[in-house]
Design a protein around this ligand. Structure first.
Ligand code: ADP
Ligand code: ZN
Ligand code: ZN
Length: 742
């Protein structure tokens, strides 16, 4: 029952800059809650505002504070939930209230009308089929065939979907228009990207395991018992079908659903599955939408024009009035953690939002994050499982190849003998191959090519990073030693940073398999927004035999003709200076393996590594998540890493190296002084990238068993820094349970 309320006035007019403090009259203290709309005196006027914070700390001269006039009774607008959520985010992740509000509320911008084009099939079914057969006979009209086949399915398709998801160019569409096969319709308005699609209600009959999962959730829904679930289902086990069935139940109750999918997995295939079942009640958000279009989608959600929103992280803030379910697919993905302030995690934030409105949350993954599985084991989430693939397909067979052995046998190629043999076999059979180079954050780590030894920090068990100054440094504790010239383990001179890019591998593969058609996907070939989708579509349409790529290629794509997956250097991601390295390696390997054998043919996976005995690799080979988790959680507990405790990273940044160092040191001292127990503090040390654009960065690491202790430290630091001239030229930021670090 706080005495003061911080209030935002008139949020619809971009006046997000400032909160004003008012006194809460006695009579209101029982009732007034965060997010409520109130009447306040503002200058000479009486206006509406939202309560964004309740506090006992006056920010101004108490005698000058005015009273709230009254609580707005008629409607509780959806914004109140979201504002309360923003308040929660601010408290738990740091930053200002304005930054939090800007994250949860789309800002109305003046919208320019855009031209919206759709392509409609003009032929009757028989004609269309004949035409399709003709296109298919000619090797040079594969794009035309692709478009026509899709139109036979859907009758009408959005221009954007055709060009961006089907990988068919505008020239091809115009050519079909000239031939009188299609018509191009133009409308000058905002609308759902695929508005015209009727729901076909199309769905598969669930198998027993899927039905059991749906029943478990339904039982609680019927009891009105909102909950958080972790759905652990192997790749291809039919999680998406389960999501859709649950959504159908939610819709039947007159409620709405949000589905979060990493942007990179929001492919034509996935999107169409939802449209085919739910038709125009679905909308998608993605990064291609302009601010105006995004706002438009939110408005439609608010008005109840749609019931299902699919999108990446930001779709979480869709203003549904009666939200019943939030699904987070691939919940282990690090893209669910925001890298801008507030650095919120969509998973925790979703659970908080669901709590506020009595909704349920389903987290799905083949390789759950250790954080989530820990919570499931401890009963915070209800664990649901799908252990088998849904179609007749079985999980692929996995071979592990020891690269040290390969070197001893005189094979210096990056392709092991085993992999080469299998590749030859698949090319002969006209089946497809994916080669995956695990290159996540490999810059810097130092390893021995003869024995596989990696140089690690004696205090932190993360790899040391090579710096230009001839030193190797630990980014967790600041430990350093001179660069190694020989391997401390076997004495070999072949010790250095690993260097082999996808480009080089492409050249090697083309040299070895001259006939093969090769596609490459990496940072360089995906500079433009649509490149990614185009390469995937081309591969899906079997325009290539081999796809070589970085971790981008392992995300949730269904290529039924892929029967061989090669992981070229599986252990690279083990050496990143990050306590999540083993987890990420296990996830990457399992997901990569999951790409193989999703069709009728059985799949095989070759994992090449310098460390065949590492538990991440062994358990990934067996596709045994539980075994991985058992080992990993022991390690986390032993070294006190999340989820066994919580971490807070405090970043100090500024233009003067000296000031940053001094300030960080002073701040660390103040925290130490204040927090004697329960909190351990390391640092300050250089951030992973200690200097960017002439801005110097130092970080302080804090750990505590209790998250709230860390929130208190954050509040303390904020209080120190605010309006304090000593911190004028320093920027302070917070990152709780970091994913990628500063
Ligand atoms: P996940 O999301 O777990 O990777 P999907 O939902 O994409 O799995 O399903 C994998 C494949 O199995 C898809 O091709 C899907 O059509 C098919 N599938 C899913 N459920 C069933 C079912 N009950 N019967 C037949 N096929 C199914
Ligand atoms: Zn060695
Ligand atoms: Zn260290």
């Amino acid at each position: 029952m706080a005495q003061y309320a911080n209030i935002i006035v008139d949020i619809s007019h971009e006046k997000l800059d400032k909160t004003f403090q008012y006194r809460v009259p006695e009579r209101m203290r029982e009732r007034l809650a965060l997010g409520m709309q109130v009447y306040i005196p503002f200058g000479a006027r009486k206006v509406k505002g939202y309560v964004v914070e309740l506090t006992d700390v006056p920010e101004y001269d108490v005698t000058k504070l005015k009273d709230i006039i009254g609580i707005v009774t008629d409607s509780v607008p959806i914004e109140s939930h979201l504002i309360a959520l923003a308040g929660w985010m601010r408290r738990n992740y740091g930053g200002t209230m304005n930054q939090a509000l800007k994250t949860v509320l789309p800002i109305k911008k003046k919208m320019a009308a855009v031209e919206h084009k759709t392509v409609r099939l003009l032929l009757r079914p028989i004609e269309a089929k004949n035409q399709l057969a003709e296109f298919e006979r000619n090797k040079r009209s594969t794009a035309r065939a692709r478009l026509l086949a899709a139109l036979i399915e859907e009758q009408e398709l959005d221009w954007e979907i055709i060009t961006k998801k089907l990988n068919v160019t505008g020239t091809v569409i115009r050519a079909l228009e000239e031939l009188g096969i299609v018509a191009i319709d133009t409308a000058n308005s905002y609308r759902n990207p695929v508005d015209h699609l009727e729901s076909k209600g199309y769905h598969l009959t669930l198998n027993e395991a899927q039905q059991a999962v749906v029943d478990a959730v339904t039982e609680n829904l019927e009891k009105n018992l909102p909950k958080a679930y972790l759905l652990k289902g192997v790749t291809g086990s039919g999680k998406t079908e389960v999501y859709m069935e649950l959504i159908a139940k939610i819709l039947a109750e007159g409620k709405q659903a949000i589905v979060l999918i990493p942007e990179i997995a929001l492919t034509y295939q996935t999107v169409m599955r939802f449209y085919n079942r739910f038709g125009s009640r679905v909308s998608i958000l993605n990064s291609r939408l302009s601010a105006g279009e995004r706002f438009d989608q939110y408005e439609r959600a608010k008005k109840g024009d749609i019931d299902i929103m699919i999108g990446p992280r930001s779709a979480l803030f869709t203003p549904f009035q009666k939200l019943g379910l939030i699904i987070i697919d691939e919940e282990h993905e690090s893209s669910y953690k925001s890298e801008t302030i507030p650095r919120y995690h969509a998973r925790e934030t979703a659970i908080e939002r669901a709590k506020m409105c009595g909704a349920s949350v389903v987290l799905g993954s083949a390789t759950p994050s250790v954080d989530s599985y820990y919570k499931a084991v401890n009963g915070e989430y209800q664990l649901l499982e799908l252990k088998q693939r849904a179609s007749s397909a079985v999980l692929p067979t996995c071979h592990v190849v020891d690269l040290r052995e390969e070197l001893r046998r005189g094979n210096r190629s990056i392709l092991s003998i085993r992999l080469q043999e299998l590749m030859e076999d698949r090319l002969k059979k006209k089946q497809q191959i994916m080669l995956f180079l695990n290159r996540r954050g490999v810059s810097g780590f130092v390893s021995c090519r003869a024995c596989g030894h990696v140089i690690k920090c004696p205090h932190c068990d993360v790899s040391l990073s090579q710096h230009n100054n001839g030193k190797m440094i630990c980014h967790y504790c600041g430990y350093e030693e001179p660069e190694a010239k020989v391997c401390p383990s076997c004495g070999s001179k072949y010790i250095s940073g690993f260097k082999a890019g996808t480009q080089k591998i492409e050249a090697i593969v083309k040299e070895r398999f001259k006939e093969a058609r090769v596609l490459r996907m990496d940072f360089d070939t995906t500079r433009n927004k649509d490149d990614y989708e185009q390469i995937l579509s081309a591969f899906a349409n079997q325009e290539a035999d081999i796809l070589i790529g970085t971790q981008m290629i392992v995300k949730g794509h269904d290529f039924p003709n892929v029967t061989l997956v090669g992981v070229l250097a599986a252990d690279l991601s083990l050496y990143v200076s990050d306590y999540r390295a083993s987890e990420r390696t296990f996830q990457l390997l399992t997901q990569a393996a999951g790409r193989a054998g999703r069709g009728k043919e059985h799949g095989e996976v070759v994992i090449q590594t310098y460390q065949p005995e590492h538990y991440s690799i062994l358990t990934a080979k067996e596709q045994n998540y539980e075994a991985f988790y058992e080992q990993e959680i022991v390690y986390r507990k032993m070294l006190r890493y999340p989820p066994s405790c919580h971490m807070l990273v405090v970043l100090c940044a500024g233009k003067s190296e000296e000031t940053v160092a001094e300030t960080a040191k002073k701040l660390a001292g103040l925290i130490r002084e204040r927090e004697q127990k329960e909190i351990s503090l390391l640092g300050p040390v250089d951030a992973a990238i200690a200097k960017v654009n002439d801005i110097y960065k130092k970080v302080i690491y804090l750990r505590a068993n209790n998250y709230d202790r860390l929130v208190e430290v954050k509040d303390f630091v904020e209080a120190q820094v605010t309006d304090n001239a000593a911190y004028k030229n320093i920027m302070i930021q917070f990152d709780f349970d970091p994913m990628n670090g500063f």
